[in-house]
Design a protein around this ligand. Sequence first.
Ligand SMILES: [Mg+2]
Length: 278
Amino acid sequence: MDTLTYLKKKSAEIRLNLLEMIYQAKSGHTGGALSSVDILTVLYYAVMNITPDNPKNPSRDRFVMSKGHSVEGVYNILADKGFFDKSELRNFSKFKSRLIGHPSVKVPGIELNTGALGHGLSCSVGMALAAKKYVKEVRVYCLMGDGEQAEGSVWEAGMAASNYKLDNLTAVIDRNYLQISGNTEDVMRLDSLTDKWKAFGWEVMEVDGHNIEQLLEVLEKPRIPDKPTILIAKTTKGKGVTYMEDMAKWHHGVPTEEQYKQAVDEIKKYIRELDDHE
Ligand SMILES: [Mg+2]
């Protein structure tokens, strides 16, 4: 299997697994989890230097899920990669479980407690600064939501990253134009995010956040010296399940039994099509 097909299939499998996890827990941030899966898959399976054999290796790359509420994809990827046993996914969002609705460092492979929006990039700036000083090869990746861009602390971090020339830092914005309360441009107008980030001194790239080939190409590109990089990744909230796509109500929606079956059927059909093309 070629790399692209492998990643596409892996991403679809993670979608299936996270939906199963949300369905059985009757809780989760379904829309945002589905919108970020392709970005996470490319990072975890093709780009980042991370291994469960040595999860605290000082020279590992760091990933910060700043849009912490959409952690479902991360948990399923970490389990799939062997950071913890897959059976633990059944405890998601249950009393006493360490797999709670937002990332916690109690879970192997999670670098930072997140969920209070607007803090992930600030901490990523700290990690990137430390890496510059102590372990040169480390790269830091931070995934933010687009609704999260309304947090002032994001822009303080953006200014600092540029000031300290953090070319070892890559941020990604999951640009699905929706947040819990509706369209981002109605709640707090963000466009043009590209112009804003450029003005803050970042190298800005606009990409299709569901195009595995493009994500891979851009994330593996050599960085611009002395400049942090940000990807504005155009995505669709609820991607992969037709009735969830582009609907703010699926931000925190849990499918009924019938809806769950339909979602599984759709994703399995997509996987069969990938297999047929091989
Ligand atoms: Mg959003």
